[in-house]
Structures are given as C-alpha cells and as structure tokens.
Design a protein. Sequence first.
Length: 353
Amino acid sequence: MGGTEDKRTTGTRPTSRDVARLAGVSHTAVSFVFNGRAEGNLSPATQERIRQAAAQLGYRPDPVARGLRRRRTAVIGLVTDEIASSPFAGRLLRGAMETAWDREHLVLTVDSGGDPAKEDAAVAELLDRRVDGIIYAAMSLRRVRVPEGLHRTHSVLANCLPEDDSLPAVIPAERAGGRTAARLLLDQGHRRLAHVGGLDDIASVERLRGFRDTLRAEGITVPKEWVVRTGGEIAGGYEGATRLLGGVPADRRPTAIFAYNDRVAAGVLHAATRLGIDVPGDLSVVGYDDQEHMAAFLTPALTSVALPHREMGEAAARLLLDAIGTGRTPAATVRRIACPVVSRASVGPAPTR
C-alpha cells in the first residue's frame, strides 16, 4: 500500500498494472473491465474489486492509447462560421457537447469567423488530430460551401445545407413552423392576418410559405399589401407595423401579425404601443426564434415559434456518432427538426368589433 500512496502523492500516473497488483488480479482482467469485456469473463465481485482499486489509485484509462487500439480518438470536431456571435450558439453547442459526452466523446470547437480559408485550415487541423468526425454548424440557415477536406471523414452539417447536396444536414422545420404560427392564430378566431419582416433567405421563404399553407387551407388569402418585407431587425418591425396599422380604422387593419423573428416582433409591439393599439386585446403578435433573454421579457411577453438549436446540436451529434460507431457514412439527406410554439401573453382571441 505504501507504493500506492507514493503514486498518488508524487504525481506519477497510475497504470493498469498498478491496478492489477492492488486488486490481486491479472493485467488482462483489468483490461477486460475498462474495455467493456468483463461480462461473462469476470465475476461481479472481481469487477468491483478492480474498480475499487482503480478509484483508490485515481486510475483512468489512457484515452490516446485506447483510441489507437480502436483506431479512434473519442473526439469529434465542431467547425462553425460565425456562431460564436449568435445568441443561439450556446444551445447548439450544448446539445452537441452533452450528446457527445454521453457517448464518451469530447468536442473540439473551432470558430472560423466566416472566413473560408480559416474553415479549410480548421478542418485540416482537426483531421491531423485524427478526430473521429466533424460537425459543421452555421449561424443562420443557408446553403454553404463545404469546407475542403470535410468529405475525408464522417461529417454532418447543422443549421445549414451543403451547396452540392453531398452531406447529411440537420435543419429547423421552418415551413412547419410557419404553419404552427398560422394555426395558433386561427384557433384564436383571427381571420385578418399579416406578415411583417423577412430577408432574402431560406428561412423567410419557408416561414411565409408555411403560414400561407395553413391559411389557404382555410380559404384565407393574405392581401399582397399585408406581406411587408422590412428586414430582420427591430426597426424593420416598427416600420412594417406602422405601415399596416397607422391611421387605419380598426375594422380594416389586421388583427394578428406573424413576425419574421423576435426582433421584428419587438418592433411591432413598440409600434402598437405608440399607436395606442392594445396587445393582445386589439392585436395579437407571434414572433419566431424564441430568442433567449428577449422574447420572455418583452411587454407583453412574446409568443414565439422556437428555433430548436439545442435539438439540432443533439441530432447532428447523434447522427455523426452513429456513423462513427457503425463505420457507415449516413445518406446525404436533410433531417428537419420541429419548431414548437412557446405561448405567452402576446396572443389572445380576435377582437369582436
């Protein structure tokens, strides 16, 4: 036991042979326990004795050596464009990291700042470090150039689509989210509905398309002038809502507005307050994103269709780890993750007057 104490106090890393000596078993028995081969080869009592000896010594298997034996490193890479500046970055990263951790993998993250040369260099560096696979994640849903080298290992895209459709991707179900927003407002009796905000991007097109899908199924058409494309910021929401609501009699203006995102919705709420229009008594407002530290703190608190960033991170990591585990490259298909509605105080029944 004196030798055991010396190992702990001198900083010398204990080995599996030290564990075997302390537990009074063979080195092979220790290897069985830490390589997942103990069942059927060792009694439960022997397994427990080995684990207790390892705990006493502070022994942990060498992940590098274990990786070399398995031809794996138990590390995956995550390359991002500008996700570090996104309010949703933490959710996606946490989802991927916790899923990987549960499968005994670590995540090595590199943010390229949107520089293609840095993305190529990051992928090359990760490949040199022999990561088991790579997730490429984008700040916003768009088609992306696949970084050079990404096809040389198991790879999955998150919150983006490959320009060449060559890799599997996990993205939000944006069109279904637009349908959800419309259904929520229809169920509250609204029939005069407008859409404010939007950019020249995939999300804008898909959200509005889904919104119109549901309304069309109910025989409702959104007037052309009630689709106001004013960008994705608070100022755009304020401008669009003022154009729709300012100086318009109550019976000729929309009773509900579906905003492109929560920032636009904040502008809509601000415009309604300036115009003396009560939300949700006279006007219901639905945002999109469920932006952390924002949607729940507006006045009134904003009902929003949530972007599933955490779920995308989890799904991308699972897809990648399954490919690593089986050695089979997943099909280059698109998986769409549901965007649930988060109900708050900005939506109410349609006004009766």
